[in-house]
Design a protein around this ligand. Structure first.
Ligand code: NAD
Ligand code: G6P
Ligand code: MN
Ligand code: MN
Length: 433
């Protein structure tokens, strides 16, 4: 039977994952699901684990759910390892958002200085996890959901010899679902050629039943309601002339780069009002865990859709199922570039539409990005690479370099001030520095 290990099992997204495994059980007969967490997450693990067990019981499926704080015991002979952990929990995220904002710079979980620091905290942990995988389940596929997913996948690809890793984000599937809804058709009829990086991905074309509807969809993106397909980012319409000239589908995170000032002003206002995303999510999470405690609840509650990671389970479970079944369908994932995008290094992680096989994802994208987007993508890739190097080495100058080459950071001096304050604030989770 299939053994799945989920690291960060106490996450409020776990019921989403369970729903996915239950829905796809016929194709993906999971026998064991091990939810792993750490001491600080013990209570959450207990609550969400018990809900998971009730969900399995209700679905009447022979899946064993194990809850543990012993990662190595869980990993023994695993087939798939999924990671959804948050080093330093939401308190660390709040610092990632607030410290840059206090210097007038965007504060966000996966972009700018916040993204860098989430990477610096997370990469040493993922490299430890990979060490355990090499020893205890060397053939397992690692499906990494932990942010910043691009930088984290990059670090595993370049700093370990574990090649069975796929980075995953719900943004591409969210865009597919959102566009299907706008066009009022079933999402199975839509295909988007995705290319770029995690949270920096473009749709180079979009088809309905194999016929391009790109022009129509690009027009729709001028409407504020249609420019974000995730709950954590508020939509803001593109200038119609801009989006037509760009001639590609954007992802919600592009708002931070092509509407930097508007997004910063909005974030600064949230900061003043005490409603940065970490603060909003803290409240949402408390409400969710209150619901999860209800012994009569045995489904994923709809309130979870308030979180940014909607469709995560669909993305994760359809990926695992397609690897397991050698399905050869097309899915957008983060994988090694190997020349799929000419202007990105061969050994880097890219987010591209891929054929999913039992040997892993094979990119279907070939050639290069349009010249108008190529430079920004390369810039973000350089940031991710240097950021990963800083995380692995603990080198201060490298961290400052990553900080300053990020396009959301306006100067080396401001970058240094933010870096110093964040190194101090996060020191408990930065053993390398
Ligand atoms: P969360 O704050 O609920 O954390 C999940 C769990 O991780 C917690 O129970 C915590 O105790 C545990 N944890 C922390 N450090 C750990 C460690 N070293 N080993 C094992 N467990 C550990 O976080 P969340 O909101 O559920 O998000 C989880 C992760 O998924 C985050 O990194 C987030 O950025 C990411 N995420 C990614 C996407 C995507 O598109 N890829 C979408 C949503 C969330
Ligand atoms: C998104 C992304 C994630 C992001 C998350 C935030 O859409 O794809 O990578 O981190 O949702 O959601 P949250 O509810 O935690 O703010
Ligand atoms: Mn994401
Ligand atoms: Mn800069």
């Amino acid at each position: 039977g299939i053994k799945i290990v989920t690291i960060g099992g106490g996450s409020s997204y776990t019921p989403e994952l369970l729903e996915g495994f239950i829905k796809r059980y016929d194709k993906l007969p999971v026998r064991e699901l091990w939810l792993v967490d750490i001491e600080e997450g013990k209570e959450k693990l207990e609550i969400v684990g018990n809900l998971a067990k009730r969900m399995i019981e209700k679905a009447d499926l022979p899946i064993e759910v194990h809850l543990t704080l012993d990662r190595r015991a869980a990993l023994k002979d695993a087939d798939f390892v999924t990671t959804q952990f948050r080093v330093g929990l939401l308190d660390a995220r709040a610092k990632d958002e607030k410290i840059p904002l206090s210097h007038g710079v965007l504060g966000q979980e996966t972009n700018g200085p916040g993204g860098l620091f989430k990477g610096l905290r997370t990469i040493p942990v993922i490299l430890d996890i990979v060490k355990d995988i090499k020893e205890l389940c060397p053939n397992a596929w690692l499906v990494n959901f932990t942010n910043p997913a691009g930088m984290v996948t990059e670090a595993v690809l370049r700093y370990t010899d574990h090649k069975n890793i796929v980075g995953l984000c719900n943004v591409p599937i969210g865009i597919e679902m959102g566009i299907a809804k706008l066009l009022d058709i079933d999402h199975s009829r839509i295909r988007i050629d995705f290319a770029g990086l995690n949270h920096m991905v473009y749709g180079l074309d979009v088809y309905v039943d194999g016929v391009s509807v790109k022009d129509k969809v690009i027009d729709l993106l001028s409407n504020p309601e249609n420019s974000s397909f995730v709950k954590n980012i508020e939509g803001q319409g593109w200038e119609p002339e801009f989006i037509r000239a760009l001639n590609a589908l954007t992802c919600p995170y592009h708002l931070y780069y092509y509407k930097s000032d508007e997004m910063l002003q909005k974030e600064l206002k949230n900061f003043e009002e005490g409603t940065t995303r970490a603060e909003v999510v803290k409240k949402l999470e408390e409400e969710l865990f209150e619901l999860y405690k209800d012994p009569n609840l045995a489904i994923k509650p709809p309130q979870l859709e308030q979180r940014g990671g909607a469709y995560y389970s669909d993305a994760a479970v359809r990926l695992i199922s397609s690897i397991y079944n050698d399905e050869r369908d097309i899915q957008p994932v983060n994988t090694i570039n190997n020349g799929a995008i000419a202007s990105i290094p061969y050994d880097s992680a890219v987010e591209v539409s891929c054929v999913i096989t039992k040997e892993g994802p094979k990119p279907i994208i070939n050639g290069d990005l349009p010249v108008a987007v190529r430079g920004l993508v390369q810039q973000i890739k350089s940031f991710e690479r240097v950021g990963a190097d800083a995380a692995v080495t603990g080198n201060y100058d490298t961290a400052l370099l990553a900080m300053t080459i990020n396009p959301l950071v306006p100067s080396d001096k401001i970058g240094k001030a933010i870096l110093d304050e964040m190194l101090e604030a996060h020191k408990d989770h930065l053993p390398k520095f």
